[in-house]
Write a protein that binds this ligand. Structure first.
Ligand SMILES: N[C@@H](CCC(=O)N[C@@H](CS)C(=O)NCC(=O)O)C(=O)O
Length: 212
């Protein structure tokens, strides 16, 4: 099994899950030049990471890779069984993380990262107002997450699932970018996830790259 990977990116999510699962994989470190070559675009049409190649299966999109792995090894408990009532909650938080929680964090990041290509964020979108708007946007969409996590370490079934890994992947960026205050319940949640040994192994270079 091969995971195409760039440190500090969304590729950390499936790597973290693979480390939690303890299954063997080859980490293929690429860079943003290699991902734009036609050979790589056969794996990922947009030239992005992560991509997982597992035998006959080639799959991209970090959340899809995580759910693929969790379902393939469902006996390991990183996804609730298909017929369990927890499955709905699990899918809800997974989609929420990828579709609702991530956009304001990405928008904030684009505003603070130096040297971002103009095509990704034209200069006129980069402003103090835009920064504040993405912070308010994040605070608003994160509220249900704060509420559901009261008294809990994990989102679903009182154990780590890929819903936590994808949500954690988004909150890692939020933490790294300084979007989380110390007294935000999300800080306690993400700090707890980061203490997991598998996370440490997956994110050895967490602070390596995108620091301004
Ligand atoms: N929704 C996709 C986003 C993939 C994505 O944008 N990956 C970024 C890193 S986080 C990337 O590969 N960027 C390289 C580039 O644009 O050249 C996912 O979750 O996998």
């Amino acid at each position: 099994m091969k995971l195409y990977y760039i440190p500090t990116t969304r590729a950390v999510r499936p790597r973290w899950l693979l480390e939690e699962m303890g299954i063997a994989y080859d980490l293929v470190r690429v860079n943003m030049t290699m991902t734009k070559q036609s050979e790589y675009k056969e794996l990922h049409p947009h030239g992005k990471v992560p991509v997982l190649v597992d035998g006959e299966v080639t799959i991209f999109e970090s959340a899809a890779i995580c759910t693929y792995l969790a379902d393939k090894h469902i006996e390991m408990g990183f996804a609730p069984p298909l017929d369990s009532p927890e499955r709905a909650d699990y899918q809800q938080w997974l989609f929420y993380a990828a579709v609702t929680l991530e956009p304001p964090v990405e928008h904030y990041m684009f505003n603070v990262l130096p040297n971002l290509p103009e095509k990704l964020l034209p200069g006129f979108f980069r402003s103090e107002t835009s920064l504040q708007e993405s912070r308010q946007w994040f605070d608003r969409v994160a509220q249900p997450l704060r509420e559901v996590l009261v008294g809990k370490n994990y989102l679903v079934a009182n154990r780590l699932t890929t819903a936590d890994i994808v949500t954690g992947g988004v909150l890692l960026w939020a933490k790294k970018l300084g979007m989380l205050l110390d007294d935000d319940p999300l800080t306690e949640y993400i700090n707890g996830l980061m203490q997991r040994p598998a996370f440490g192994r997956a994110d050895e270079d967490f602070y390596a790259k995108i620091a301004p």
